[in-house]
Design a protein around this ligand. Structure first.
Ligand SMILES: Nc1ncnc2c1ncn2[C@@H]1O[C@H](COP(=O)(O)OP(=O)(O)O)[C@@H](O)[C@H]1O
Ligand SMILES: O=P(O)(O)OC[C@H]1O[C@](O)(COP(=O)(O)O)[C@@H](O)[C@@H]1O
Ligand SMILES: [Mg+2]
Length: 609
């Protein structure tokens, strides 16, 4: 992108919101060395939390003050807020005017320690993200997200303009209780610990940004996925409709667009129809994450809310941006919306676009079935996306019922001999005369690598895959030639056609909710988080939590058993394999790796009884 000159700061941008260069660590309590310290700390915090909870409850039950008729994009500040408004032009002065104002919705850090996150790309010296844990009774653990007031303690707050919005004024409970949390484990044993929780998403009574103070930007990174445009649209419209925010910039071409591309103004009008189009109107890219240049650009443009839509790599990048923003002491919220067509982001129920992809995959599977069924010994092979996680292949297979074999990265397979793929094919052709195979692109990579050279890595450092569809088709042809059986094999690769379509109706609604959740979170001052749905409820998840591992199809789960039973395919597993897979999955399922020095939290993240 060297041919595109960096663009100068926007003329209309306010001056960079540089507030502090030093850290404020007094919110952070270092891991206590003895159990006594922990107990004292817990008691104090629980007491404070209970008192605070009562207060909040009382306030959120109070009827809202009648507000002026709501009209975007300018909000009408109350008398106290008008006083505060000087802060957008003179942050330091405003900062000193409210030395004792308690942050309304500021989370309390009970513990902080370095986290298990993988070192960021090109940022070996990057500071380790802070882990904010609040523990409670019965093994309750809140894994909280950072808040701008953690490092800028005296920020003013404002009443949420949503309460004056006629569309939302009928909502029974305007605001979510700041102490509401969403549990990660929906099913718990009656005597077991309650486990990890995340902060519930939704509008807060007090916000940390005034409408006309907000200068937001949106960036999309990584591969395409149905629904990207819907999320962009709903962030823009959500900011405008709910918070009266009208300054939203689109960063073009992924992370490098911060410093190497032009930006576009996003308005409710300009994004009105984009959800009907596939792809992303902002463009996207892999690679190009230069933290310093990105944060310089954020500062130069006066941006104070950064919305990052992307997969695990992107969220890792957003985590690094957040750390740098905090290091510089900027009042900037950095928030992510997880994007992955492979559905490989952990913790969340599913990623947007996944439904659409599974639905669109049906068309390819149907075509393969029609082709196979019309020829003697017809075999249809369909390749679907899934670099490390075979969810699309899994769900598309289950949905279709025309598939005779589904191959995914999580379940290694073999070709020859008893229990191998070829035996299954021979039997299916004999019994049924035709068959359909669905293969996820990441399946059998080890097997292929034995015969082909590896492809290296892409710009983001992701392993490039060998084409399993072509390879498999070739192997099947060779096998049937060897046993002198004529087959008719058709190979269909719909991968890019699937991910380039617009999101379906259900994903559109899902994208809207995600966008609203992330907007509410940023407006409330939360930062360093991803908005996601966990057990059907939206919540704020710390970046490190969704990048530390990948979501994988569990082959020891009942869902995979359902697939095996529907296709009647071999499991390719020996008893030893099953035992090993179980152990591996148990290891991977550890909810949180707490520090061994903390006696209240066992190494599996469950509180010690
Ligand atoms: N560890 C990391 N630190 C900083 N940026 C990263 C990291 N990993 C990936 N990125 C950046 O995130 C963006 C998207 O990553 P990529 O892996 O291509 O897609 P996805 O977000 O879909 O996983 C790229 O611009 C890449 O440079
Ligand atoms: O050709 P590209 O753009 O590198 O993308 C291909 C890859 O992206 C993926 O869709 C994964 O991307 P996400 O999970 O981040 O959406 C893989 O399934 C596929 O191999
Ligand atoms: Mg990725």
């Amino acid at each position: 992108m060297a041919d595109v000159p960096p663009i100068p700061p926007l003329p209309s941008s306010p001056s960079p919101l540089l507030l502090h260069h030093h850290h404020h660590h007094h919110h952070v309590v270092a891991p206590p060395s003895s159990a006594v310290n922990v107990a004292t700390l817990l008691l104090v915090t629980v007491a404070v939390a209970i008192a605070r909870c009562h207060l909040q409850q009382k306030r959120s039950n109070e009827p809202p003050e009648p507000g002026p008729r709501w009209s975007p994009p300018t909000s009408s500040p109350s008398a106290t807020e008008a006083k505060d408004s000087s802060r957008s032009t003179c942050p330091r002065a405003a900062h000193h005017r409210h030395p004792s104002r308690p942050p309304w919705d500021a989370p309390r850090v009970l513990r902080a320690w370095g986290d298990p996150t993988v070192a960021a790309e090109g940022d070996a010296a990057a500071p380790k993200p802070e882990v904010k844990l609040v523990t409670g009774d019965g093994g309750y653990v809140l894994e909280d997200v950072p808040h701008v007031s953690d490092y800028l303690p005296d920020l003013p707050t404002y009443s949420n303009p949503l309460q004056d919005n006629p569309a939302y004024s009928v909502v029974k409970q305007y605001f979510v209780n700041p102490d509401d949390t969403v549990c990660q484990k929906a099913i718990i044993h009656k005597d077991g610990p309650r486990g990890n929780h995340f902060r519930r998403a939704g509008p807060r009574q007090r916000v940390y940004f005034q409408s006309d103070e907000v200068s937001a930007c949106i960036v999309t990174c990584g591969g395409l996925c149905p629904g990207l445009n819907t999320v962009i649209r709903e962030i823009v419209c959500g900011l405008y409709d709910m918070y009266g925010v009208s300054r939203v910039l689109g960063i073009q071409g992924g992370y490098r667009g911060f410093y190497a591309c032009n930006t576009i103004d996003l308005t409710p009008k300009s994004v009105n129809d984009i959800h009907k189009r596939g792809g992303t109107v902002l463009g996207t890219s892999r690679g190009g994450h230069d933290t310093t240049k990105i944060v310089d650009s954020i500062q130069d443009r006066g941006i104070n809310q950064v919305y990052v839509i992307g997969g695990d790599g992107t969220q890792r990048g957003a985590g690094v941006i957040f750390e740098e923003v905090r290091r510089r002491g900027l009042k900037v919220a950095v928030a992510g919306i997880p994007k992955t067509i492979d559905n490989d982001i952990p913790v969340i129920d599913k990623s947007f676009g996944f439904d659409t992809a599974v639905e669109e995959a049906q068309r390819a599977i149907n075509a393969a079935h029609v082709e196979a069924g019309s020829a003697e010994n017809g075999i249809g092979v369909v390749k679907l996306m899934g670099r490390y996680s075979g969810f699309i292949a899994h769900y598309a297979t289950l949905a279709s019922r025309d598939v005779d074999c589904c191959l995914i990265p999580e379940s290694p397979f073999f070709l020859e001999g008893e229990g191998g793929l070829f035996r299954h094919l021979e039997k299916r052709l004999k019994d049924n005369g035709h068959m359909v195979i669905v293969v996820a692109e990441g399946a059998g990579q080890k097997l292929i690598a034995e015969t082909m050279q590896s492809m290296g890595k892409d710009a983001s450092g992701n392993a490039m895959l060998l084409d399993v569809g072509l390879w498999l088709s070739q192997k099947i042809k060779e096998h049937f030639k060897k046993i002198k059986t004529t087959i008719n094999l058709k190979y269909i690769d719909p991968t890019y056609m699937i991910r380039a379509i617009p999101s379906n109706a259900s994903d559109n609604v899902y994208c809207t909710l995600l966008a609203h959740s992330v907007v509410h979170g940023a407006m409330a001052g939360y930062t360093g988080f991803t908005a996601g749905q966990v057990n059907g409820r939206h919540c704020y998840i710390p970046f490190y939590r969704i990048t530390e591992k990948q979501n994988k199809v569990s082959i020891t789960d009942r869902m995979w058993a359902r697939l095996l039973s529907s296709t009647n395919q071999p499991s390719f597993l020996s008893k030893k394999d099953v035992d090993e897979a179980r152990m591996e999955e148990e290891r991977a399922a550890k909810p949180f790796d707490g520090p061994p020095s903390n006696p209240k939290v066992a190494s599996n993240g469950n509180a010690v009884k």
